[in-house]
Design a protein. Structure first.
Length: 250
């Protein structure tokens, strides 16, 4: 009886192993076109399997896209302990391959158009420097937003087609900036800026609000404050852009 159970268990393991290998073969087939330049030819499926950190799927308009995250042992650069990421479309074409090692990714409807988008996070000194791929229902594909990394920690202003970013600008986040922007044809356009200047050696301390036109800043408002850390900055930024974003439309 024990011998039969052992044989049954062994047979079960073989079935699971075979199924896993077939699934892995299918996964590797998705990325074969783009990955072959960096993957050693003699790698076997067990080595590849151990390098797959995460595989996720997005179904949009009944089309399935694969997101494959591979750890750095799979790639030539082994200095960074993060992963490299591929996005494969429903035609098995690679539509995105990260040139930097990524931290993680998030699937969400960033522009609130009813379609899922993909935000890719990187390890950087400035928090929130990400890439964003929006789903384009005209081409049935995801498209990378040009210059999105210039707008860290971006948030959509609810009920509008505008967004704002935030990044620190010195003195351990006592100086900071928030940019107002919109996205058109998968490119970001900056139209406004709020600068908080709390460092002691600033010429002016306080909050400076600028309109941006052709990358030139035109000061609209100056709110004088003492030097120091402004605890209310998060609420100030959110409320100001919500109430005043229309002032910055060219």
């Amino acid at each position: 009886m024990k011998h039969s159970l052992f044989l049954y268990f062994l047979f079960f393991l073989l079935i699971v192993s075979f199924a896993k290998k077939k699934q892995l073969e299918k996964t590797i087939e998705f990325s074969k076109k783009e990955v072959k330049e960096v993957v050693a030819e003699n790698r076997n499926y067990e080595e590849i399997d151990s390098s797959v950190l995460n595989i996720d799927s997005i179904v949009v308009d009944n089309k399935t896209f694969k997101i494959i995250c591979l750890d750095n042992d799979f790639w030539k650069d082994k200095e960074n302990p993060s992963c490299n990421l591929l996005i494969i479309n429903y035609k098995n074409d690679t539509i995105f391959k990260s040139e930097e090692f990524t931290n993680c990714f998030e699937i969400k409807d960033f522009n609130e158009d009813g379609y899922k988008d993909v935000e890719i996070n990187y390890f950087t000194n400035v928090p929130g420097i990400n890439d964003m791929l929006l789903y384009d229902n005209a081409s049935n594909n995801f498209k990378l937003i040009e210059n999105f990394q210039d707008f860290p920690s971006s948030q959509k202003i609810k009920g509008t087609d505008f967004y704002y970013s935030y990044h620190r600008s010195g003195c351990a986040d006592i100086n900071w900036d928030s940019d107002l922007f919109y996205i058109k044809n998968f490119k970001c356009y900056r139209i406004g800026n709020i600068s908080g200047r709390g460092c002691e050696d600033e010429e002016r301390n306080g909050i400076i609000i600028n309109k941006v036109k052709n990358e030139q800043e035109i000061e609209l408002e100056y709110i004088k404050r003492k030097a120091g850390y402004y605890d209310d900055k998060w609420d100030f930024i959110e409320n100001y852009w919500l109430k005043n974003h229309k002032k910055f439309i060219n």
